[in-house]
Ligand binder design. Structure first.
Ligand code: UDP
Length: 331
């Protein structure tokens, strides 16, 4: 979640992080460390020279087909779904068409998803697309969650509060001196790559990585009018452009944008997403079995649990584990 400050703008260096949750405990927990603003994510999708609202809602349906009412929109989607309906959707393409029909799939899902994951939609699991809500109201709020916002002083300040008074060493390689680190504490929390932890004994898990191209636009106060614009066409190599100042309603004279290019992870890259397709899920199960046998290591987060977690889910799971650990801890 690291953010750096440039010309008064908090730049999300490792991709846009928008905090959202329906879990009151998690929301209270993070608010303990930072004041959150009222940012609401309403991304815009650009396909050719047309702009569409996301997530798929009445605004999108009007922009696509000129429909005016929910009944008209439903009729249009039903017609489209009916034509290509698959009773038991086995992959992302079938699932997406079942949900929203062919037009939306081809303009707003197919290209973006195939760029993001580097795989054909027919080779991806259906569940990835369940993350995208479909609504028959004029509501551009991307998330259904009750709470949402961005830390006003950036995520780095929030994390600094979280680790205040706790000794922290950065840029150390745990694996280069594993014995010494293991002996430092009764328990280790490991949040790195699970397959690396076990020296890839069962083979490599696949990860998706990202490359960011950051640009400082001097004297330009507003590049795209929105924090997030998704480029859903396959032949444009980046998936989205982030204009960081809009996360905090900045009115600085300059702006900073970041183009996000997905790529396949290779050693030395930063891993960002697990790829939960069949091959990797099966491989994960082998590692997970080993993991469950560990007495002194707690595995947490996207990489160590190999799950497409959002920030709030990571925190929720950490709070539950911490509670469990504290309950068994005796002096
Ligand atoms: N997605 C899409 N078109 C979009 C945005 C998202 O098809 O304009 C699909 C894509 O498959 C993506 C998934 O929805 O991987 C989840 O998107 P989300 O924005 O939740 O991903 P994240 O922010 O975690 O990268």
């Amino acid at each position: 979640v690291y953010t750096k400050e440039v010309a008064g703008i908090h730049v999300h260096c490792y991709g846009a992080h928008i905090f959202h949750t329906s879990n009151q405990r998690v929301w209270q927990y993070v608010n303990h460390f930072a004041a959150f603003n009222r940012y609401t994510n309403s991304p815009i999708a650009r396909y050719g020279n047309c702009l569409y609202n996301l997530p798929f809602n009445m605004n999108t349906f009007h922009q696509l087909w000129g429909v005016m009412t929910p009944a008209e929109a439903k009729k249009k989607i039903d017609e489209q779904v009916k034509e290509y309906y698959t009773p038991k959707p086995a992959n992302l393409e079938e699932q997406a068409i079942n949900l929203v029909g062919l037009d939306i799939y081809e303009k707003l899902i197919k290209g973006y998803t195939e760029k993001q994951w580097g795989r054909k939609c027919r080779e991806l699991p259906a569940f990835i697309i369940k993350r995208l809500p479909v609504r028959f109201t004029f509501d551009n709020n991307y998330f259904n969650d009750r709470y949402q916002g961005i830390p006003e002083q950036g995520y780095t300040a929030m994390v600094a509060q979280m680790v205040k008074g706790i000794p922290v060493q950065l840029n150390c390689d745990y694996f280069s001196d594993k014995k010494r680190y293991d002996n430092m504490a009764r328990k280790i929390v490991f949040t790195g790559m699970l397959d690396e932890f076990y020296q890839y004994v069962y083979g490599h898990l696949a990860y998706r990585s990202l490359r960011f191209e950051e640009e400082f636009l001097s004297g330009q106060p507003n590049y795209q009018g929105n924090a997030v614009v998704n480029y859903t066409q396959y032949d444009i190599p980046f998936t989205r452009v982030i204009e960081h100042k809009h996360f905090t309603f900045g009115n600085q004279p300059d702006t900073i944008i970041t183009r996000e290019y997905p790529s396949e992870w290779k050693p030395g890259d930063e891993p960002y997403y697990p790829i939960n397709d069949e091959r990797n899920q099966n491989l994960y199960k082998q590692y997970a079995k080993r993991e469950r046998e560990e007495k002194n290591v707690i595995f947490g987060g996207r990489l160590a649990q190999y799950r497409y977690y959002d920030m709030d889910q990571v925190i929720e799971s950490a709070l539950i584990i911490a509670e469990r650990e504290c309950a068994t801890f005796s002096l």
